[in-house]
Design a protein around this ligand. Structure first.
Ligand code: PMP
Length: 361
């Protein structure tokens, strides 16, 4: 019999074993001639670390991340950034050309991009704009999942670019409503900056909640491309069957392990606190500027700014050599930019440039 989680998987993949790589099969052999690797180190690599294919799911990193997020090892799949986890979820659950997902725009663009590439339909339930912040309408999200017979719903908490935090009790209620029907994916790429509990702690996470985490943001390792999906073990196993044989380069694994040492974690936590304080100070300063119409409270390491004259402000920022994310193409955000919280100096430069934009208005 299929385990309950198998409901979510594509029917045509239920007996699919995926690729069995040499590294998955290697026992304790002394002479390894099973993966067509070179017998010598790379001519350019004195340290000789990269001759072999890497472990697909290095145990030390799985264990360290599972401990960090407070979950069992069996619930954690390492991925090449959380971007890869989004793609794997689509591939494992949506039949190409037929499946559907639900998103809550304005939200992170990769959910729709991966759906499009996979031929899955996207049903949109826009976030509600209360005038001073956005919020997901989880009742409408549940209705849309059932209407579209979607297998996946992507909630982003804190939301990119809106910064809103989806309440955990709402996620739990939605997951219970969709039990056996759909996976509720909670993308917590910015979770550290929100200061609220992770959806991975919900009892519903045992059945149909998937949490995405990444080392790219709070842990300052965007270049290493290390993330993970936290899901029921049967879903972890299914995603793994869809994954490339060697998703995590060895130097990235080493960088991730270094970032997860007790000392490094203590530094990261202190830095996260600093970013949160700087974010809230920056929001207050920006709200006082004539060029800025609105700055919502944010649970992320960024702020969404609504501008009186976005063209003029963007021109000023460009002149000052400051890159921000132009959000004007996103639904409901025709006057918006998203700015990452940087160092004290960088934040001051942002305020200064936008203050100057107001003077010209
Ligand atoms: N989710 C969200 C909400 C993001 O903003 C991003 C990166 N911008 C990602 C996932 C992907 O992060 P990564 O692949 O670096 O883990």
């Amino acid at each position: 019999m299929n385990p309950p989680s198998a409901h979510f998987l594509r029917e045509d993949l239920r007996d699919f074993a995926g690729y069995a790589s040499a590294r998955m099969q290697a026992g304790g052999a002394r002479i390894r001639l099973d993966a067509n690797e070179a017998p010598w180190p790379s001519a350019g690599d004195d340290a000789a670390r990269l001759r072999r294919y890497p472990d697909p799911q290095p145990r030390a990193l799985v264990t360290a991340l599972a401990a960090l997020y407070g979950v069992d090892d069996a619930r954690l799949l390492l991925t090449r950034g959380s971007d890869e986890a989004i793609d794997l979820l689509l591939r494992a659950t949506c039949a190409p050309g037929r499946g559907a997902i639900v998103t809550t725009p304005p939200t992170f663009g990769m959910y729709a991009v991966c759906a499009r590439l996979h031929g899955a339909r996207v049903a949109e339930v826009p976030l509600r704009d209360a005038g001073d912040g956005f919020a997901a309408d989880l009742g409408a999200v549940g209705d849309a999942v059932l209407a579209a017979d979607a297998r996946l719903v992507f909630l982003c908490s804190p939301g990119n670019p809106t910064g809103d935090v989806v309440p955990l009790d709402g996620i739990a209620t939605l997951a219970r409503r969709l039990a056996g029907r759909a996976l509720v994916v909670v993308d917590e790429a910015y979770g550290e900056f929100a200061g609220v509990a992770s959806a991975a702690s919900l009892p519903e996470a045992a059945s149909n909640v998937v949490v995405l985490r990444t080392l790219s943001k709070a842990h300052a390792l965007a270049g290493a491309r290390v993330g993970c999906a936290i899901a029921p073990p049967a879903i972890v196993a299914a995603l793994r069957r869809c994954q490339a044989p060697y998703p995590l380069p060895a130097p990235s694994v080493a960088a991730a392990l270094a970032a997860l040492s007790p000392r490094a974690l203590a530094r990261t936590r202190a830095r996260v606190r600093r970013i949160r304080e700087a974010r809230d100070r920056l929001a207050t300063r920006l709200r006082a500027l004539p060029a800025v119409r609105r700055v919502d409270a944010s649970g992320g390491n960024f702020l969404l700014l609504r501008l009186v004259d976005p063209d003029a402000a963007l021109a000023r920022l460009h002149e000052a050599g400051i890159a921000v994310r132009d959000m004007r193409a996103a639904s409901g955000l025709s006057d918006a930019i998203r700015a990452t919280v940087g160092t004290t100096r960088q934040n001051a430069a942002l305020v200064e440039a936008l203050a100057a934009a107001g003077e010209g208005a």
